[in-house]
Write a protein that binds this ligand. Sequence first.
Ligand SMILES: C[S@@+](CC[C@H](N)C(=O)[O-])C[C@H]1O[C@@H](n2cnc3c(N)ncnc32)[C@H](O)[C@@H]1O
Length: 275
Amino acid sequence: MFAYKLLVDERGKRYLLKKNVEKFGTDLGVVDMKDAEEGKVLESHKGHKFYLVEPTMFDILKRMKRTVTTLLPKDIGFIIARAGIREGEVVVEAGTGSGALTMYLSNAVGKTGKVITYDIRPEFAKVARKNLLRVGAIRKGQGIIGLDEEFDDEDEIEIEDGLFNVIQKIGDVREKIDEKDVDVIVLDLPDPWNVVENAKKALNKKRGRIVTYLPYIEQVKKTVDKLKEEGFWDIHTYEIIEREIEISDKGVRPSTRMIGHTGYITIARVPPEEI
Ligand SMILES: C[S@@+](CC[C@H](N)C(=O)[O-])C[C@H]1O[C@@H](n2cnc3c(N)ncnc32)[C@H](O)[C@@H]1O
C-alpha cells in the first residue's frame, strides 16, 4: 500500500519506517522485524512490546519531509468534502509544495481520476516527488514535466497497488494552465487572483469548481473580487478550527491548545458558457 510500516512502542511513540527495515533500535530495545508481518505485536530484546501495523496517510503526513508549510487534515478534508471532489475527476493543483494536499487529492480521485500538480520551484517539486512516490501516487522513475532530469529511484520500494494518478509539472499557473475540461482547480499559492482568468479557461463549464487557500483575509477579498469580476458564482469562504477533546478519568474537556487559524478556504463555481 505505502512504502512504510509503522512501529508503535508501549508509550504510544510512533516510528515510521521504510518497509524494508529489518531491525530497529530504541531506548526500549532492538526490535527484530525480519519476516514479521504487520498486524502483530512484537517484543524487543529488552522485553518491551511494540505494535507493527500499516501506517495511515495521516501517519505519513505527520512525518514526511517538508519544504514549505503543508495543509493540515482539517483543511484538506474540508476542501475535498465541500468541493465534492470525487472518484474519476481531473484536478489541477498549484503549488505542489511538499505534496501533502496532492496525496489526499490522489486518493479522492482514485484510479480513474487524475491530479496534475504544478510548482514553479523545481527543488520543492523534487522533494514532493519522493513523498508522492512513497504513497504510490507516482511510479518509480516517473519524471517531472518541464524538468530535464531523470530519476532511477533504485533504492525506493516498489508499490504494486499504488494509484499512480499524479502528474507533476514545473510551471507558473499565472502564465498558463495546459489542461482543458478540468473538474476542480485547487490553488495554495499567495496570489490566486492572478490565476483566475486561466482557471476560467481550463475549467469544465458544467461542473468546474475553484478552491483557494489563503492565510490573510486581504488576500481573500482580492481573490473574491476577481472571481466575481470573472463571473464565478456560488462563492463561499470558510475557516476551519480544530479542537481535540481530552477524555480522562478526571473528566472530559477540550484540550487547552487547539489548531486555530491556518488559512481561509474559498470555493466557487465557474460561470457556464453564454449562448
Ligand atoms: C504553501 S506551498 C503549497 C503547500 C501544499 N499545498 C502542501 O500541502 O504541501 C505553495 C507552493 O506554491 C508554489 N507556487 C507559488 N506560486 C506559484 C505559481 N504561480 N505557480 C505554481 N506554483 C506556485 C510555491 O513554490 C510553493 O511550493
